[in-house]
Design a protein around this ligand. Structure first.
Ligand SMILES: *Cc1c(COP(=O)(O)O)cnc(C)c1O
Length: 348
């Protein structure tokens, strides 16, 4: 792979740890479970977006950008929080475009990623999704003011951002080789698709035989589009690296049973999964992303799809800052078996 030739800035603490999960393995009675700690990438509570941002902001620096313009993402976006932290670390300004229940939405209390974005000094604009402006139009205004904006859309799931996760497979192989460990599956939360596309590309290009299982964080009506997007991203990232990539139908697998109520909704299985991981391994995940993937992993073991013969790596993609805004439904579920709400008040 030609990764070394691409512009890149150093943002993440790499390699992230690869750890066994002996108590969760025993509790579930299925495959040997490991966790790859991309929640520990470093900046602003860590997470998967920093790997994409190393290449995206490398490109931004190469183009002499002085302001990062990113969106349009949800109100509690992890991506926007990490983007703001990374931009600040590089001495750049940052403008975040987000959606909320209405234009200029202001929560009574700042919490989770919104609080962090605000404290990072990002300029934040909130719109109802139907009124969200085009990033290109805002970029034009910024240029008129003499600025040099760099746009990051799709939560960094562009061919350049995808390279970050192709590289992760190489990092992981160094770890598993040292541990003399064979890996059958990697399972992780999939949203805008760049993480999965990079993993699929890396796993194929390096001939690993590892199967990538993406757990969708949105309702099943979007699965076909997501599969298409992951495949297209993997192929275009491969072209950037000048490597041939031929995908077969089964290379992009997205499981969509675990966020049936839609993006960001809470449900019993997610809360129980979060609690189980915390109580066996002392590791937290959030209800939007990694908690959904953990609910998927637990279910695949219960269904016998993943068995004692398999070795499975759970990729913790981060997102922990989003746990706290969910304090009410989590507490009321744990105390009264009934979440106080399903759909977050900040969602559109
Ligand atoms: C964005 C995000 C994902 C999904 O990654 P994509 O590349 O958008 O598919 C998973 N987990 C967390 C915590 C995220 O913030």
């Amino acid at each position: 792979m030609q990764i070394a030739k691409l512009p890149r800035v150093q943002l993440a603490s790499l390699p992230t740890p690869l750890q066994p999960m002996p108590r969760l393995t025993e509790e579930l009675g299925g495959p040997q479970l490991y966790i790859k700690r991309d929640d520990l990438t470093g900046l602003a509570f860590g997470g998967n977006k920093l790997r994409k941002l190393e290449f995206l902001l490398g490109d931004a620096c190469a183009k002499n950008a002085d302001i990062i313009l990113s969106g349009v993402q949800g109100f509690q976006s992890n991506h926007l929080c990490q983007t703001a932290a990374a931009a600040k670390k590089l001495g750049m300004d940052v403008l975040l475009i987000k959606t909320g229940p209405h234009d200029d939405y202001e929560p009574a209390e700042y919490d989770g990623n919104h609080l962090l974005q605000y404290m990072l000094g990002a300029e934040i604009r909130v719109y109802h999704p139907e009124h969200a402006p085009q990033l290109e139009d805002i970029a034009r205004e910024l240029k008129d003011q003499g600025r040099t904006p760099y746009i990051i859309s799709q939560a960094g799931s562009t061919p350049i951002g995808t390279i970050g996760y192709a590289n992760t497979i190489r990092e992981l192989l160094e770890q598993t080789t040292r541990m003399r460990m064979h890996v059958d599956y990697i399972i992780h939360a999939t949203g805008s698709g760049g993480t999965q596309a990079g993993l699929v590309l890396g796993a194929k290009a390096l001939n690993t035989g590892i199967k990538i299982l993406g757990v969708s964080v949105t309702d099943p009506s979007r699965t076909a589009t997501s599969i298409q997007r992951v495949a297209t991203l993997a192929v275009s990232a491969a072209e950037l690296l000048d490597i041939p990539l031929t995908l077969e139908v089964n290379d992009v697998r997205i499981l969509d049973d675990y966020a049936q109520q839609g993006y960001g909704a809470v449900d019993k299985n997610k809360i129980l999964a979060i609690q189980l991981l915390a109580q066996t391994e002392g590791i937290f995940v959030d209800p939007v992303y990694s908690g959904t993937a953990m609910a998927g992993l637990i279910d695949l073991i219960h269904k016998g799809y993943l068995t004692k013969e398999h070795r499975v790596i759970f990729l913790h993609t981060g997102g922990n800052a989003a746990l706290f805004p969910y304090r009410n439904p989590i507490t009321s579920f744990l105390k009264k078996n009934q979440p106080s709400w399903m759909t977050p008040p900040w969602s559109a």
